[in-house]
Design a protein around this ligand. Structure first.
Ligand code: AMP
Length: 210
C-alpha cells in the first residue's frame, strides 16, 4: 500500500506514520527526517537544506523531488510506503504522477492552528530515531531520553513559536492546495486530528480496514 499523510506541521503525522508503518510492515518516509540527518552528517544536501529549514520555509522542489525518488527506488519500498511530509507542493505531487508512482490513499489530518501551536511548542524529538515526545502529553519514561532507542531528546530549531507560525502560513499557501488536488482524484480521506495520538491511530486504522 502506498500512503500519503497530509496535514499541517504538528498535526501528528509523524507519530501516526510510525504506528501504521509497524502495523503494515512498510517503511515510513519522512523527508524532514532525511534532511535533518543530512544536516547532522554535513552532506551537500544538508548544507543546501539547512537555511530553508531554519527559516521555516520549504526546500526547493527540484532538490526534494530528487531525494524522494531516490528513496522510494530502494528495495524496502517494494510493497509500499508511507510518505510523511511529502508532497508539500503541487509540483511535488505532479512529480509522483510523472514518475508513475501511484498512490492508494491520502490521509488528510484536520486540526486547528491553536492546537498545533500548543503541540509543537512543547515537542521534543529523538536525535537518533526521530521519535516524537511532548513535555505534557507524551512524556518519555526517563527525562530527556527516548523510550525506543535511548537517544537524547532535543527541541528542534524550527519549533519555536514564531517559526511555527511561519510554517503554518507556508502550509496554507503552498501545501493546502494538495487537498483539492487529491480530493479530485477521489483518494483523499479526512482524519480528525484533534484529540490524542491513540484516537488518531484508531481513526486511521478504521480507514485502512485494520
Ligand atoms: P517536517 O519534519 O516534515 O516538519 O519538515 C521540516 C522541514 O523540512 C520543513 O519545514 C521544510 O523546510 C523541510 N521539508 C521537509 N519535507 C519537505 C518537502 N517535501 N518539501 C520541501 N521542504 C521539505
Amino acid at each position: 500500500m502506498r500512503l500519503i499523510l497530509l496535514g499541517p506541521p504538528g498535526a501528528g503525522k509523524g507519530t501516526i506514520a510510525k504506528g501504521i508503518a509497524e502495523e503494515l510492515r512498510i517503511p515510513q518516509i519522512s523527508t524532514g527526517d532525511i534532511l535533518r540527518k543530512a544536516i547532522k552528517q554535513g552532506t551537500p544536501l544538508g548544507k543546501q537544506a539547512q537555511k530553508y529549514m531554519d527559516r521555516g520555509e520549504l526546500v526547493p522542489d527540484p532538490v526534494i523531488i530528487g531525494v524522494l525518488k531516490e528513496r522510494v527506488a530502494q528495495l524496502d519500498c517494494t510493497n509500499g510506503f508511507i510518505l510523511d511530509g511529502y508532497p508539500r507542493t503541487v509540483p511535488q505531487a505532479v512529480a509522483l504522477d510523472h514518475a508513475g508512482i501511484e498512490i492508494d490513499k491520502v490521509l488528510n489530518f484536520v486540526v486547528t492552528d491553536q492546537t498545533i501551536i500548543k503541540r509543537i511548542v512543547g515537542r521534543l524529538t529523538c536525535k537518533e530515531c526521530g521519535a516524537i515526545y511532548h513535555v505534557k502529553t507524551i512524556v518519555p519514561k526517563v527525562a530527556g531520553k527516548c523510550d525506543h532507542c535511548g537517544g537524547a531528546l532535543y527541541k528542534r530549531e524550527d519549533e519555536q513559536k514564531e517559526t511555527v507560525r511561519k510554517r503554518l502560513r507556508v502550509y496554507k499557501k503552498q501545501t493546502a492546495p494538495l487537498i483539492a488536488f487529491y480530493r479530485k482524484k477521489g483518494i483523499l480521506v479526512d482524519i480528525d486530528a484533534e484529540g490524542t495520538p491513540e484516537e488518531h491511530l484508531a481513526a486511521v486504522k478504521r480507514v485502512l480496514g485494520k
